[in-house]
Design a protein around this ligand. Structure first.
Ligand SMILES: Nc1ncnc2c1ncn2[C@@H]1O[C@H](COP(=O)(O)OP(=O)(O)O)[C@@H](O)[C@H]1O
Ligand SMILES: [Mg+2]
Length: 309
């Protein structure tokens, strides 16, 4: 275990009202994993990361880094992590890509020759070597983000905190960044905390997810667990409506909806292959559709499960 957050609480005063940004949050982070911190805007993700990054002091609770309290001894984590803050202002637009990296290396007291090699290696890894002498203001959002991530790696940190790394990226750039992050973690063995509001991104990039809502942890689990929830009712099958079909479905305990005199609708998940084969072999199938992902439904489902646990 690399990090342990214990009963962390942080409140803010805003115009006379108290906002509990983090309410008694506890969780663990294991070495070499990507922990996704999922939550809507205002859930408390940034507040949480800032406390781990020793930029905010908790009201109560503790954060242990390899067993030592960073609240009492912030020096045990400083210099060992990198933090990509929200937004696009993590790199300098009027410096070239390489100059940005060399500058961050300089701030981290990395000797010039080592910095030069390390920055070339990172530029190649990020696919930015060909544009290393270009000013960053000419870069696309995706290139900008990759460079920002490279600046987070120049000091060879043990852990990397990325706050909304996909914001401002189009879908293609986001997917590219997700693939990239996953392979980076596999290669580097570093530990990543990635905060984002999108379940589909977090699910693809993280091994485990901590879902927070209004400052509270509502769920902690593996992404595999989330994928099983997603799989539920994955297909919609339209059947020719008839009394016989309805009776046969009832007999087999298959739920259905009557859409019209002609059409019945049945929702089936891939894990219920028994249902699928019964339906396809016994009934007059008009059409099969893959169901659109309903994230709100997934959230609600997870939320009610978390409450019932
Ligand atoms: N410096 C601050 N002063 C007052 N309220 C704040 C401050 N920072 C965050 N908050 C409030 O705390 C809550 C959590 O914010 P934040 O951690 O930024 O959430 P997220 O990153 O998940 O969007 C929000 O209600 C936000 O308005
Ligand atoms: Mg935030």
């Amino acid at each position: 275990m690399i990090l342990e957050v214990i009963n962390l609480t942080k409140a803010f005063e805003s115009e006379g009202t108290k906002i509990l940004a983090n309410n008694n949050i506890s969780f663990k982070v294991y070495e070499g994993e990507i922990l996704g911190i999922l939550g809507a805007n205002g859930a408390g993700k940034t507040t949480l990361i800032k406390q781990i990054a020793t930029l905010l002091i908790p009201d109560s609770g503790d954060i242990l880094y390899r067993g030592t309290s960073i609240v009492k001894h912030p020096e045990v984590i400083r210099g060992r992590f990198s933090f990509l803050q929200e937004g696009m202002r993590n790199v300098y637009p009027y410096l070239t890509a390489e100059a940005n990296l060399l500058y961050f290396a300089y701030l981290n007291h990395i000797p010039a020759r080592v910095a030069k090699n390390k920055s070339e290696e990172l530029l190649k890894r990020m696919g930015l070597y060909e544009v290393k002498d270009n000013y960053v203001y000419t870069f696309s959002s995706g290139m900008n983000k990759k460079l920002a991530i490279a600046t987070c790696l120049i000091n060879d940190p043990e852990t990397v905190f990325l706050d909304e790394p996909f914001s401002g990226l189009d879908l293609i750039a986001s997917i590219e960044l997700m693939d990239f992050l996953r392979s980076l973690v596999m290669e580097s063995g570093k530990t990543f905390l990635i905060a984002d509001h999108r379940l589909d991104f977090i699910e693809k990039v993280a091994n485990r997810v901590l879902w927070i809502k209004d400052g509270n942890v509502v769920m902690e689990g593996s992404t595999v667990e989330m994928k099983t929830i997603r799989k539920e009712k994955e297909f919609i099958i339209y059947l020719q409506n008839s009394i016989e079909t309805q009776n046969a479905l009832k007999e087999k305990d298959v739920e259905f909806q009557v859409l019209s005199d002609e059409v019945l609708k049945v929702e089936v998940s891939l894990d219920r292959k028994d249902y699928l084969s019964i339906i396809i072999s016994n009934f007059d199938v008009l059409n099969i559709e893959k169901k659109e992902l309903d994230f709100e439904a997934i959230f609600k489902e997870l939320y009610s499960r978390a409450k019932n646990n």
